[in-house]
Ligand binder design. Structure first.
Ligand SMILES: *[C@@H]1O[C@H](CO)[C@@H](O)[C@H](O)[C@H]1NC(C)=O
Ligand SMILES: *[C@@H]1O[C@H](CO)[C@@H](O)[C@H](O)[C@H]1NC(C)=O
Ligand SMILES: *[C@@H]1O[C@H](CO)[C@@H](O)[C@H](O)[C@H]1NC(C)=O
Length: 799
């Protein structure tokens, strides 16, 4: 086909050439014309009349006309002039497209006779079209990894013009990466080809915009442009990168669940998927997975469960950042758990001694350990007990403490201690734990029973009923239990005379004392014995006390007349000289009373006389004196009845009868002893002698001791002179009574105060010496006189 077309083309050219030579070769040869496209309508193309060699008239007469092959009226014939004109503007591109040359065949038809001529119109191209790219913008994606010299073929531009007016070349706007090469693919089309001149980097420049210009060969040349958008495709050439390889964060242990503790971030210079990082834990333990969470997109690490510093102090978490291309980097997150003082100190008792004997010194009471699970100041511990306790706290090894007694305790002062161990940590706020130990102090028999008094004085009326409770002694033992259980006992006395066990008994349990028999004051005025109180401790302790029993006198004895003896076979007769002056001492009645005190205060009274008024009796000393001168009328014999009364209650008395014989011419010193006086038996005489000797010796001893006593008293008095003299309190003593204490001692209620009265004073004399009533006293009046003279030189005052 191609060859045939070329051949036809060639024939036509020859023909055209022939026509142009001016040869009109009707009906056999075709006419050939040429016109530029886009010529104005009505433009002259050719004069057919001339070209066909016909006259103008002939043309019109033969109805000449132009008929296009395509039946379109591109041309018309002016029959008046024979000119063929363009009836419209011709567009070569429309008529022929890319076919060239662009021939429009037509016929010139003549009638009468019918004759036609073949002709053709060559529409010549003008550069009326610029090259045109089909797309206003072309996008090319080039991976950043493209090597230098890589070519990228692109859509060509199109130019409707043909020949040299068609597209000839491409050019590209200034840029640093590409140049353009025209590429003829052999079918007449020229393609632009981008050549990479310098390596691309997505991270540096992800897009480039170039202007591609297509140029045709017209004169002047026309051009068309398109914009090329070069998208530099990212390739995963960048590894994610963490800002730091080690992140460190401190988290207080009381951080609530769900809190964000840190946001880790890594950068990937790549974009898109390659630059999208997802975070994850790497090689993590179960514990870390339970404790932390990581947000894969944001890298935020959250708390999943509560931290506990006491269990784990720090976590080392490996975190991996992976981009969409699978490249990864890792970093380490070090989570340090900060201690919060959330644990109170704890006290663990290892051993406790709940009971301590009171005599133990420095005894271990408790061994315990303290601990605080917190650390730092929160775990520092202070351990203390109350100050005022006799216990000390001693640290031993590590966190162990011992609680010791400071010294031996005393159960009697305190039997129980509550020791509060206070353990405080140094955190903020301070946490405190208290532990109380109760220690009982056990009793040791360290206290002997103590009597409430060191000595007891008990009073018993004589003639008491047997088994009389006379008093109670008691002792107290401050120990407890059997150590304080007291047993009372009588201790054996040293006095061999005293048959204590027959006198007194004691109740061993309560210390009550009983007499075992009736006591007789006159036989036993007082006695002493010791009692013991013993506890039941081991060893037992005991103590003693002195008990003095004073028997109180009762008026159970009547006065006893010593002189004159009443049961003598011959009654005693006193002699009275008839010439005796009034106040002559006839005799003196001597009586004693075995009782004491008031019971022994005697008074004498004349009850009956033969001659009333002749004799008087001194009530307080029993002296019988004449009251007047005797006369001749007075009878020679007189009988006097005297009564001696004591001052007891009830009052007891004795009566005595006196015989007085009045004699004439009686001279006292030579007076022969009356018969009655001479009558006593020989043994009685001897007895009287002994009595006199005894009396003399007793008197001298008495005198001596009185002198000694007076000396001592004087000495003291001179020393105490500045303090004033001896005061002699008013005594209250019935003047008509004589105190004849039977025992020589007065009852305890009487106090002795003896003062030297400088020779003056009362003439009273009291018997203070023991009187033995069983003895028969035969005292003459001269004896008594002597005694009186002696006592006159001393003054006694007895209170
Ligand atoms: C404490 O008393 C008990 C009983 O009296 C005795 O056996 C022990 O030796 C005493 N201990 C000391 C330390 O005195
Ligand atoms: C010790 O504590 C106990 C129990 O709280 C209490 O009954 C007792 O009276 C306390 N003892 C002392 C000596 O405070
Ligand atoms: C007189 O009585 C006393 C005591 O009652 C007695 O000791 C003495 O023997 C008696 N004398 C005569 C002579 O009976």
């Amino acid at each position: 086909m191609g060859t045939r077309r070329t051949l036809i083309l060639w024939k036509r050219q020859v023909l055209v050439f022939f026509v142009l030579l001016g040869l009109s070769w009707a009906s056999t040869d075709s006419l050939h014309y040429s016109v530029e496209e886009e010529t104005e309508a009505g433009s002259f193309v050719a004069n057919l009349a001339r070209d066909l060699g016909l006259g103008v008239t002939e043309l019109s007469s033969r109805e000449a006309r132009v008929v296009s092959d395509d039946n379109k009226k591109h041309l018309h014939l002016d029959l008046l002039t024979g000119d063929m004109l363009l009836s419209e503007r011709l567009d070569r591109e429309e008529l022929c497209g890319s076919t060239q040359p662009c021939m429009m065949p037509f016929q010139v038809v003549l009638e009468n006779p019918l004759q036609f001529y073949r002709a053709e119109l060559h529409v010549r191209d003008i550069n009326d079209h610029p090259p045109m790219f089909l797309d206003k913008e072309i996008t090319i994606k080039i991976p950043e990894s493209a090597t230098i010299g890589s070519t990228f073929l692109m859509e060509n531009a199109q130019d409707l013009d043909i020949g040299s007016n068609s597209l000839q070349d491409y050019s590209i706007g200034p840029n640093s990466h590409f140049y353009v090469k025209s590429h003829d693919n052999g079918n007449g089309k020229i393609y632009p080809e981008l050549v990479l001149d310098r390596a691309l980097d997505h991270e540096e420049e992800s897009e480039l915009r170039l202007t591609l210009t297509a140029l045709d060969g017209g004169s002047p040349p026309r051009s068309g442009t398109t914009s090329i958008l070069i998208k530099v495709l990212d390739i995963n050439d960048n590894v994610p990168e963490f800002a730091e390889s080690l992140y460190e964060v401190q988290v207080p242990e009381d951080m609530p669940i769900g809190s964000s503790i840190i946001a880790i971030s890594a950068k990937d210079l790549d974009s898109g998927n390659y630059g999208t990082i997802s975070y994850s834990f790497l090689h993590t333990s179960e514990v870390i997975r339970k404790t932390f969470d990581i947000n894969p997109a944001s890298g935020e690490v959250n708390l999943r469960s509560l931290l506990d510093f006491e269990v784990i102090q720090s976590y080392s978490v490996n975190i991996q950042a992976t981009d969409g291309g699978g490249l990864s980097a890792k970093c380490t997150l070090l989570v340090k758990v900060l201690d919060i003082n959330d644990n109170a100190p704890e006290v663990t008792m290892s051993s406790i001694t709940k009971t301590i004997p009171e005599n133990a010194s420095e005894t271990l009471v408790a061994l315990f350990s303290v601990r605080d699970q917190d650390s730092g100041d929160n775990g520092k511990i202070l351990c203390s007990i109350e100050d005022d306790l006799p216990f000390i706290l001693k640290p031993t090894f590590k966190n162990f403490f011992t609680l010791l007694t400071e010294k031996a305790l005393d159960r009697e002062s305190r039997a129980e201690y509550n020791i509060t161990i206070t353990v405080t940590d140094m955190g903020t706020p301070r946490l405190t734990t208290q532990y109380t130990i109760t220690v009982q102090v056990s009793d040791v028999n360290d206290n002997a029973p103590a009597f409430t008094q060191t000595s007891y004085t008990l009073f018993v009326e004589e003639n008491n009923s047997p088994a009389l409770h006379i008093g109670t002694i008691s002792a107290i033992d401050s120990d407890s239990g059997s150590n304080a259980h007291i047993t009372y006992s009588l201790l054996s006395t040293h006095d061999p005379q005293l048959a204590l066990s027959s006198l007194i008994s004691i109740n061993a349990d309560n210390g009550q004392l009983f007499t075992l028999r009736a006591l007789d004051y006159e036989a036993l005025q007082t006695f002493e014995f010791r009692v013991g109180a013993t506890d039941q401790g081991s060893p037992a302790l005991s103590s003693q006390a002195l008990v003095r029993v004073l028997v109180l006198d009762a008026n159970d004895n009547a006065p006893f007349v010593l002189y004159p003896l009443q049961n003598a076979s011959a009654p005693c007769t006193e002699l009275l000289p008839r010439a005796a002056e009034p106040g002559y001492l006839v005799t003196k009645v001597v009586a004693v009373d075995r009782d004491s005190g008031q019971n022994a205060w005697l008074s004498f009274q004349l009850l009956k006389a033969t001659e009333p008024g002749l004799f008087s009796v001194w009530a307080h000393n029993g002296e019988v004196r004449t009251a007047r001168l005797l006369s001749e009328r007075d009878a020679p014999k007189h009988r006097l009845l005297l009564v001696v009364k004591d001052n007891g209650n009830p009052q007891r008395s004795a009566s005595v009868t006196l015989h007085v014989l009045v004699v004439d011419g009686f001279s006292q010193p030579y007076l022969p002893l009356p018969e009655v006086a001479q009558e006593p038996a020989h043994d009685e005489d001897a007895l009287t002698l002994y009595l006199v000797i005894a009396l003399a010796s007793v008197s001298s001893i008495f005198l001596l001791s009185v002198l000694l006593f007076v000396g001592v008293r004087l000495y003291r008095r001179t020393r105490a002179a500045s303090m004033g003299g001896c005061t002699v309190p008013e005594r209250h003593f019935p003047g008509h009574l004589v105190d004849v204490s039977g025992a020589g001692t007065l009852s305890q209620s009487y106090q002795y105060e003896v003062c030297l009265m400088g020779g003056t004073g009362t003439n009273e004399f009291k018997f203070l010496k023991p009187v033995i009533p069983s003895l028969q006293l035969h005292e003459t009046s001269s004896n008594m006189q002597e005694k009186e003279n002696f006592t006159d030189s001393l003054g006694f005052n007895i209170q």
